[in-house]
Design a protein around this ligand. Structure first.
Ligand SMILES: *Cc1c(COP(=O)(O)O)cnc(C)c1O
Length: 422
């Protein structure tokens, strides 16, 4: 469900014509729908109403302050993967005791920041990390609350770059070594073991991998409890997929419906969930304008003003994003490549795509761009990053100004011996 729909052949974001935003704010521009965002969170949260739970939004999917604030207002916690994300979460007013911290490469400075902020727990991914966290906590005279991220060795059947729960991946601790690591953790003075974490990948469109990994984790939890560990949190990670094209992922209700019966007999265990994509993915679009239509002898190119620096997913994962016109009318469909202005052949939004015949100067909307869109964008080719807009009913708000050329050289300095800056 999302609120980007045609009304009298004109694409609207909720009750605002997309064209109006594009003309006022310029292109490329990310547009998010507030009511879609809320609805997605609500549907997900309600699906787990039967168990004690906390939904921690995986903010690497979209870390704009207004998006975080929207979700925090609805009771969301955050799943962070860096000190920068912690800073953003706190700045948006997220309660520290609803923040969980994952990531294979936490530095001591990041640990220090998280400990003194009072995050709920660290999802620890290796023995070496456990050791460092123990040291850092000791220096601060604090106890770090820890869930070990366990790698259950299941194949989530997704793109290899976003598959994280296989034995060969860099993430987590092999489930067969987990007991040993829990024992190590228990012996560390400034570590308090409170839970188990797992996250097997992203854009998962089947229920089976989630169920398989949960079954393995439950066996582990029972084992740990027998050994005297108090396991109060079971963090199931994120990864539930969305429809970009023809995928039919389980709904949050089906997802929860498959997991809850398995969780129920655990007793005294709070479930943490870390959805990212499923909350914001289809709550955002990227609007871009066609700079040129360029037919060549072998292909027709549409060269648009958004590039791989704005939306990396097609180039990075060969990901499919639906593309639709802002103005719907009867026209022929032709096969085109939609490409950006960047000096790379890998700079495309769509390849060999059958689309309505677009005209030079026309606007198009790239759908499902709310997650891993802006948050992965860069300044490559010295392109100022796009603006972000939040639509709420018939109003819209710029929630991130388009970068200026001046922003591009912010922090750069010419050493004196090279001469004066102009
Ligand atoms: C990326 C990530 C998520 C979110 O994944 P989605 O596919 O966006 O739901 C959750 N937890 C961890 C640890 C992650 O790295």
């Amino acid at each position: 469900m999302h609120l980007f729909t045609y009304k009298q052949n004109e694409l609207y974001a909720e009750d605002v014509p997309v064209r109006q935003i594009a003309e006022k704010v310029g292109t490329p521009v990310y547009i998010y729908s507030y009511n879609t965002l809320c609805r997605h969170f609500e549907v997900f949260d309600k699906a787990f109403a039967g168990v004690e739970h906390l939904v921690c939004f995986a903010m690497k999917a979209n870390s704009n302050q207004a998006v975080l604030k929207t979700l925090a207002n609805m009771g969301a916690g955050m799943d962070i993967v860096s000190g920068g994300e912690l800073y953003r979460a706190l700045a948006a007013g997220v309660e520290p005791n609803k923040i969980v911290y994952a990531g294979v490469g936490k530095t001591s400075a990041e640990m220090q920041y998280a400990l003194s902020s009072g995050v709920l727990l660290f999802n620890v991914e290796s023995a070496a990390e456990l050791k460092l966290l123990n040291q850092v906590a000791g220096k601060l005279s604090k106890k770090a609350h820890v869930a070990l991220r366990v790698n259950p060795d299941v194949d989530p059947q997704t793109h290899p770059y976003i598959s994280t729960g296989l034995e060969k991946n860099k993430f987590g601790i092999n489930i067969y070594q987990a007991i040993e690591e829990y024992k190590t953790a228990a012996a560390l003075e400034n570590i308090q073991v409170v839970g188990v974490h797992c996250h097997i990948g992203s854009q998962i469109t089947e229920i089976a991998p989630f169920v398989d990994s949960l079954k393995k984790i439950i066996i582990l939890i029972k084992e740990l409890r027998k050994m005297g560990f108090s396991i109060k949190y079971l963090n199931l990670g994120g990864g539930l997929g969305i429809t970009y094209d023809t995928e039919t992922p389980p709904s949050p209700a089906q997802f929860a419906g498959a997991l809850i019966p398995l969780i129920k007999d655990l007793g005294n265990c709070k479930i943490i969930l870390e959805p990212g994509r499923v909350i914001v993915g289809n709550a955002g679009i990227l609007v871009t304008r066609i700079t040129y239509a360029k037919p060549t002898t072998s292909k027709k190119f549409l060269i648009v003003d958004a590039g791989m620096n704005d939306l990396a997913r097609p180039s990075l994962y060969n990901a499919h994003h639906k593309i639709i016109p802002i103005q719907q009318n009867k026209r022929a469909e032709i096969e085109v490549d939609v490409v950006g202005p960047i000096c790379e052949t890998g700079d495309f939004l769509a390849q060999k795509r059958l689309l309505p015949e677009f005209l030079q100067g026309e606007l198009m909307a790239v759908l499902s761009a709310g997650s891993y869109g802006f948050s992965m964008s860069s300044n490559y080719n010295s392109r100022p990053r796009a603006a972000e807009v939040l639509v709420f009913g018939d109003k819209y708000y710029i929630i991130k100004q388009r970068e200026s050329y001046k922003d591009l050289i912010k922090g750069e300095e010419i050493p004196l011996f090279l001469g004066e800056m102009s």
